[in-house]
Design a protein around this ligand. Structure first.
Ligand code: NAP
Length: 293
């Protein structure tokens, strides 16, 4: 298929590469110059990339970025053609998603929200899980593209429901990781080593995929970004905004929001969200460290 891929960040770079590997005709665009994908053409603007494409796939930071890419100067809107499909794998506001979808549908263009879970490793190994909202027949049409980049697609309902489900997934990841980080901090203070505690966690009903993924990085104190803290902070804010609109109370997430805000103020926004552990360590006056590291 002829695909325009917009946004070559931690996720987009690998996703576009996997589309090329699967034999699709890919044109890429990134806001900052200098990012390219081997085997893909590079375009000077979102509109240049999207001109003549069957599918326009986005993976950019936030709601504002998606709005700019679609409707800003040099945006995709100027080259929309009936029958095109726009897919958004960024994590953004569900209500903004519905508005963007209505605006392009008035030009007979389909819109699918397909945020992902699986992080940088899932993007690199083409094992992402897509959390989709949109028309079933449109999802079927773009199935080969999902297959090139991921292992599974879950349809959550109509447009916007993919983003809604993604927010509640990240709500859980943030809370599970916070529980893990608090447990490691208290365990260290009590004299239990992390490499002794983690096998117990994973052998018991406390086990989790989040701990499977994060424990090796934490033990090495490698906080380089797989999922940057600033993006998890954005997703926590999006979940709390949605909750406020609907008068839902999320007291645990509100507390975790404070931890992300404080970590950001300490300059950790570009590290992995696992670095929120270091704030707990600072308050407790300990460092979680493997004897084997
Ligand atoms: P990233 O590495 O920070 O990359 C962000 C991308 O968005 C870059 O290409 C950036 O361009 C572009 N961008 C930012 N603001 C823009 C604007 N105003 N206009 C146009 N482009 C703009 O982020 P990422 O990790 O790839 O994440 C991308 C999306 O996927 C986010 O919504 C994130 O929440 C979601 N996600 C990430 C992960 C993960 O583990 N990393 C997992 C699931 C979902 P520049 O190069 O010019 O800065």
């Amino acid at each position: 298929m002829r695909v325009a891929f917009l946004g070559l960040g931690l996720m987009g770079q690998s996703m576009a590469t996997n589309l090329v590997k699967a034999g699709h005709e890919v044109t890429v665009w990134n806001r900052s110059a200098g990012k390219e994908v081997a085997g893909a053409k590079s375009a000077a603007s979102p509109a240049d990339a999207a001109r003549g494409a069957e599918v326009v796939w986005m993976c950019v930071s936030d709601t504002n970025a998606v709005e700019q890419v679609l409707f800003g100067t040099g945006g995709v809107e100027s080259v929309l053609e009936a029958g095109m499909v726009i897919v958004d794998s960024s994590t953004i506001s569900p209500t903004a998603t519905q508005k963007f979808a209505e605006r392009v549908r008035s030009r007979s263009v389909d819109y699918v929200d397909a945020p992902v879970t699986g992080s940088k490793i899932g993007a690199a190994s083409a094992t992402l899980i897509f959390i989709a909202g949109g028309d079933e027949q449109v999802l079927a049409r773009i199935q080969p593209l999902f297959q090139a980049m991921g292992k599974q697609v879950f349809r959550m309902g109509e447009t916007g429901k993919g983003q809604a489900a993604k927010l509640v997934m990240n709500l859980q990841i943030a809370l599970i990781y916070e529980g893990f980080a608090e447990a490691l901090t208290l365990a260290t203070k009590l004299g239990v080593q992390p490499e002794t505690l983690i096998p117990l966690i994973q052998a018991s009903m406390v086990r989790s995929g989040v701990v499977d993924y994060k424990a090796p990085f934490v033990l090495k104190r490698d906080f380089s970004p797989n999922f940057p803290l600033r993006l998890m902070q954005k997703d926590i804010h999006l979940a709390l905004d949605a909750a406020r609109e609907l008068r839902v109370k999320l007291p645990a997430l509100q507390t975790v929001e404070e931890i992300y805000d404080l970590s950001s103020e300490e300059g950790q926004q570009d590290l992995d969200y696992a670095a929120t552990l270091t704030l707990l360590e600072k308050w407790a006056g300990v460092q979680v460290k493997s004897n084997n590291a």
